[in-house]
Design a protein around this ligand. Structure first.
Ligand code: MTE
Length: 330
């Protein structure tokens, strides 16, 4: 989320450049604002055609591959065109594999995603672990079209394959005292170059309240565009919470911990005043360093107005008792 490679506090604020502005400057040099999306996609596309980005095959194959495509759930649709697959799989944020948008597609491919064990612990009836393919087969699988809005002011429209997070919570059997669920990403300094970066509080963690995690929109993602998730998009398991900024959508999840205390998240530990726990999309509450009123739709060159809760207010506004409180929107 920062274009700088050092943490926010390591350089004066005047030198800090929001990523969207950085890209705007590059795009302006090459043909004006309308060219931004195209320029981004074009430069990412070059990475995609590089042989080094071909994913290492899973030994014995992906045991869940034959389950795709999942049946689309018509209740979760959108009124805008789906983002080109090449754009959404080559323009990524996954700091474990680098800080530039084209880094994850290049650097994640050797990362092993089988075997992959998911742990459930904390305030659960009994802590346990589940192999990812056993977990997938136990879940109600479906495809949903969701909007995806990053705090950096860009957005996409993605067909995610997966299952409702509520089904995962039921599977975990949390006890009645659990109020939050923390999601933790893998730690693998051998394969994840970004985790050599000592300034950052690895592993990446995020959290939701139990009410958020069991909201109908919270969706565990195992695939996109009708096939298993590419590594750069968070394979084999990530979250999609479309009413929140994209940094809540944890990738490469290995653990769900249930707790009665609000967890401190990766981005909160780095810059709590910029990236909070709640992070609900709201065009009226600016990020401390930029406006959130608009967003650039990746792959189109268009900039459109941002909407509160990213357009999902009907499903989630009731989760937040005081909509005037800015704490819910950063
Ligand atoms: N999860 C992990 N583990 N590491 C990350 O750096 N980046 C987040 C989120 N999940 C991130 C992560 C951010 S800032 C965004 S916007 C989305 O992933 C990007 O998802 P995408 O690359 O599939 O569009």
């Amino acid at each position: 989320m920062f274009i700088r490679r050092r943490p926010a506090w390591a350089i004066p604020e005047s030198q800090a450049t929001p990523e969207a502005l950085f890209h705007r400057r590059s795009a302006l040099k090459t043909g004006g604002l309308a060219a931004i999306g195209a320029a981004l996609v074009a430069s990412c596309g070059q990475n995609d055609s590089n042989a080094a980005t071909a994913p290492a095959p899973i030994p014995g194959g992906d045991p869940s591959a034959a389950l795709y495509p999942f049946k689309r759930n018509a209740a979760y649709t959108i009124s805008q065109p789906i983002t080109d697959e090449k754009a959404s799989t080559t323009f990524n944020n996954y700091y474990e594999f680098g800080t530039d948008k084209g880094d994850p597609v290049k650097n994640a491919q050797k990362f092993p995603i089988r075997p992959w064990v998911v742990s459930f612990d904390g305030m659960v009836e009994k802590p346990f672990q589940a192999d990812i393919d056993t977990l997938i087969k136990a879940m109600p699988l479906e495809e949903r079209l969701y909007r995806h809005r990053c705090v950096e002011r860009w957005s996409m429209a993605v067909p995610w394959s997966g299952f409702p997070m509520k089904a995962l919570v039921d599977y975990a059997k949390p006890t009645s005292g659990a109020k939050f669920v923390t999601m933790t990403t893998f730690l693998d300094r051998t394969n994840a170059v970004g985790q050599h970066q000592p300034f950052w509080p690895w592993p990446y963690t995020e959290g939701l309240t139990m009410a958020e995690a069991t909201n109908e929109l919270a969706f565990m993602v195992t695939g996109m565009y009708g096939h298993p998730l590419p590594k750069q998009n968070g394979a084999p398991l990530r979250l999609a919470t479309p009413w929140k900024y994209g940094f809540k959508s944890t990738k490469g999840i290995v653990k769900f911990s249930f707790t009665d205390k609000q967890p401190k998240t990766f981005w909160e530990a780095l810059a709590a005043d910029e990236y909070g726990f709640w992070a609900n999309v709201n065009p009226a509450v600016p990020h401390p360093r930029w406006s959130q009123a608009q967003e650039e739709v990746i792959g189109t060159g268009n900039t459109i107005p941002t909407t509160i809760f990213n357009g999902y207010g009907a499903q989630v506004a009731s989760l937040y008792p005081d909509l005037k409180n800015p704490i819910y929107f950063r």
